[in-house]
Design a protein around this ligand. Structure first.
Ligand SMILES: *Cc1c(COP(=O)(O)O)cnc(C)c1O
Length: 430
């Protein structure tokens, strides 16, 4: 469900025509619906209302401060994966007591900063990380609250790049070895064992991997409690999928029932780390058609077209990186005539595409196009490759819209760069 719709021949976000945003802010621009964000958070929160729980929005999906604030205003915490995310989360008003910190490669300065701020817990991914956290906490005379991220070895049946809960993945500690590390951690004076954590992957469209993982985690939690460990939090990660094309992900209620059911009767708070499911369908990437041209392959009327737009793989990497599908929709209704086309950007790579061999309306130069479901892993994975300034971001609420991140100014492309002193300051032509 989302608040992007055709109204009188034009696509609007809530009460704002997308054309107005493009005129005011330019393209490419990400547009987020505040109503959709709030709605998604509300649904997710409500389905867990029968269970003590804390939603920690996985901010790597979209770390814009206005997005984080939308969720923290509704009571959300965040799941962070770096010191940079910690700094952004704090700037957006997230209470440290609602921050969980995941990731396989936490650096010392990041651990120190998180400890200093007093986050809820570290989701620890290896024995060495545990030792490092213990040493840093000792130096700082603190106790570090930790959960071990266990790898339940279940197949999430998603894209290999975003599956994380298999034995062969770099994430977590094998669930059968976890007991040993828990026993070690429980003996350290500067570590406080508070939970168990697991995250098996992203864009899951079936319920069974969640059920399998939760069952294995439950068995571990039971053993740990029997050993006398004070497990207060069970963090079950994120990963619930969304509809990009024709996927039918589990209903949030079904997901909540499966998870709450697995931990019934335990005196624990369940932590959830949804990312994509909260923001994915709440955003579009608005782009303008620059040129159209026929493919050099084939001949005749059925010949494939190239639609060249002003957004590229640096703005939205998912199609190039994972072969992901994003619907491409005209912002103003036009010709019913369909053609088969690749929608590509200006970047000098053949891997730079937003859609391939797609049946689309016969767009013309100047048309505005919405790339749908771009709210998650869109802007957050963007770069300045080809020295393209990063896109602007806009948030809509009702009939208002505001720029929540300006288009990157050209001067920022060289910010921090210095000309080496042994190079002439003036360019030479000989
Ligand atoms: C990426 C990630 C999430 C969020 O995944 P979604 O598929 O966006 O819900 C949650 N937890 C961890 C540890 C992650 O790495």
């Amino acid at each position: 469900m989302h608040h992007f719709a055709m109204k009188r021949g034009e696509m609007v976000c809530e009460g704002v025509p997308l054309g107005r945003i493009a005129d005011a802010v330019g393209t490419p621009v990400y547009v987020y619906s505040h109503a959709t964000l709030s709605h998604h958070y509300g649904v997710f929160d409500r389905v867990f209302s029968g269970t003590p729980h804390l939603i920690c929005y996985s901010m790597k999906a979209n770390p814009n401060g206005s997005i984080i604030r939308t969720f923290t205003n509704l009571g959300s915490g965040v799941d962070i994966v770096s010191g940079g995310e910690l700094s952004r989360a704090l700037a957006a008003g997230t209470p440290p007591s609602k921050i969980v910190y995941s990731g396989v490669g936490k650096m010392e300065w990041e651990i120190e900063e998180a400890l200093r701020r007093g986050i809820l817990m570290f989701n620890v991914e290896s024995r060495q990380e545990l030792e490092t956290i213990d040493a840093i906490a000792r130096k700082m005379r603190r106790r570090a609250p930790i959960a071990l991220r266990v790898n339940p070895d279940v197949d999430p049946k998603t894209h290999p790049y975003i599956s994380t809960g298999l034995k062969k993945n770099k994430f977590g500690i094998h669930i059968d070895q976890a007991i040993r590390d828990y026993e070690w951690a429980a003996r350290r004076r500067h570590i406080e064992v508070v939970g168990v954590d697991c995250h098996i992957g992203s864009q899951l469209t079936e319920i069974s991997p969640f059920v399998d993982a939760a069952g294995r985690v439950r068995a571990l939690v039971d053993r740990l409690i029997r050993k006398g460990l004070d497990i207060r939090f069970v963090d079950i990660g994120g990963g619930l999928g969304i509809t990009y094309e024709d996927e039918i992900p589990p209903d949030p209620r079904q997901y909540a029932d499966a998870i709450a059911g697995a931990f019934r009767g335990l005196p624990v708070t369940i932590i959830l780390e949804p990312g994509r499911v909260l923001v994915g369908n709440a955003g579009v990437l608005l782009t303008r058609m620059l040129y159209t041209k026929p493919s050099q392959e084939g001949a005749g009327k059925g010949k494939k077209q190239f639609f060249i737009v002003d957004a590229a793989m640096n703005d939205l990497a998912r199609p190039s990186l994972y072969g992901s599908y994003h619907a491409i929709v005209p912002v103003t209704k036009r010709t019913r005539r369909k053609v088969v086309a690749d929608v590509v950007g200006p970047i000098c790579e053949s891997g730079d595409f937003l859609a391939r061999d797609r049946e689309l309306p016969a767009f013309a130069a100047g048309d505005l196009v919405a790339v749908m479901s771009a709210g998650a892993y869109g802007f957050s994975m963007s770069s300045t490759y080809n020295s393209r300034p990063r896109a602007a971001e806009v948030m809509v609420s009702g009939s208002r819209f505001e720029v929540v991140r300006e288009r990157e100014p050209l001067r920022d492309l060289t910010r921090g760069e210095r000309t080496a002193s042994f190079l002439s300051r003036r360019g030479r032509t000989t």
